[in-house]
Design a protein around this ligand. Sequence first.
Ligand code: 5AD
Ligand code: SF4
Length: 473
Amino acid sequence: MGSRTYNIITFGCQMNEHDSETISGMLSRLGYTEVPDREAADITVINTCSIRENADKRFFGTLGQLKKIKAVNPAQVTCVCGCMMQQEHVVREIKQSYPWVDIIFGTHNIHEFPQMLEELYRAREEEGRTEPLAGENMTPAEYNRAKHEIRSSRNTRVERIYEDSPEIVEGLPVNRKYRHKSFVNIMYGCNNFCTYCIVPYTRGREKSRHPEDILNEVRELACDGVREITLLGQNVNSYRGVSSETGRQWDFPELIYALDRIEGVDRIRFMTSHPKDLSDRLIKAFAECDSLCGYIHLPVQAGSSRVLKRMNRKYTREEYLELVRKLRDAVPGISISTDIIVGFPGESEEDFADTLSLAEEVRFDSAFTFLYSPRKGTPAAEMENQIPETVKHERFNRLVEVMNRCSSEKNAAYVGRVEKVLIEGEGREPGSLKGRTDSFKLVDFRGPADLIGEMVDVEIVDSNTFSLRGELK
Ligand code: 5AD
Ligand code: SF4
């Protein structure tokens, strides 16, 4: 068992990345070792994302590659999990067109993976007894061919998917990707049902962890040398964790204040927050909590109140601008990033002009811009007046131009400043390191690799659209 290996392929957001860290943790506990080479692995896991069509396509492309590996190594265990598995039509397609997939599980039962693996091995063993026996008038070559045919036509599959789950399973092992920083889930699921979004269907309803479970996890991480934590949730602002000690409900600002008091954690970040739930108390926490970083990811999605209404975002353009004003009043120089969707059904040229003007007005530090992608089962996919691809692309390019200009200007303003940088790893060039400022800017600079994981002072000497260049002080 000791020499068995695995490889995990992860698509999608930080939530998925963190889930993969848990899958990795469980496999390590079972004695498996991670290998970078997919072909050599005994187990491959694809953790899928369904946020846009692009992610679906990449998943099926990867499955195609795995099929070739499986032809050579039929014993490899192929597992697929994550958001796409929460959609019936996807699972149906996998079973029809990729019958050699061995294990299928969803977003609500990652913890059952070790048990499912065991079931698969047991089933395979039992199946092995039906394999032809050598010596029954067969040459070794004939025996191997027959065995291979049986294996590749085998349809033993362990499949377990739950629509939703009220419970949160605590205490699962995690293999952290970084030594000095870590994700910490504070809540799961989403109740917002933005009309374009598949997440409420794939991740279920909101559930918050007990505050004590979160605080204990962060204390342990701090003891283990973690300096920066990123709190994860689809909408962290609607965190409502019930205390396991007092039964009282905590909200997000309360959790932040408690985390800020933990010794050893220098930086706290969170994502994602929904503008409709961004409270004045949270804005105040930015000013009062030393470890809360001067950075917020605040997806606006569109600059037109008419489109925002049809997206079911529950705020207007003006309300969003007001939030930005309040944040900048409370924390001068706070860095703000956003998500924007271009080409939502019915988006007129005027609506799009509103998005451009909002971008100019806010001057985001950075932005993730997306072409609207219809998702089966969501209300927007059924809306009339879907925007032609050519129009979407043309608007997308115009928006990216504005966004990149703002990012460049924002980054240029850092030149000459000395920033505290937490070093994440080696940089692109040999002998260089990369890290992040408090405001989440990526900085490249020369320095020795033994500084990785340390917080250092770096003077910013140059900038471009997506990063800064500096010199170690
Ligand atoms: N099409 C395009 N972008 C989408 N997003 C969510 N659903 C869709 C979709 N159907 C974007 C939103 C969200 C980010 C994670 O992905 O901007 O904030
Ligand atoms: Fe999707 Fe909206 Fe929930 Fe974010 S808040 S996950 S965009 S439904």
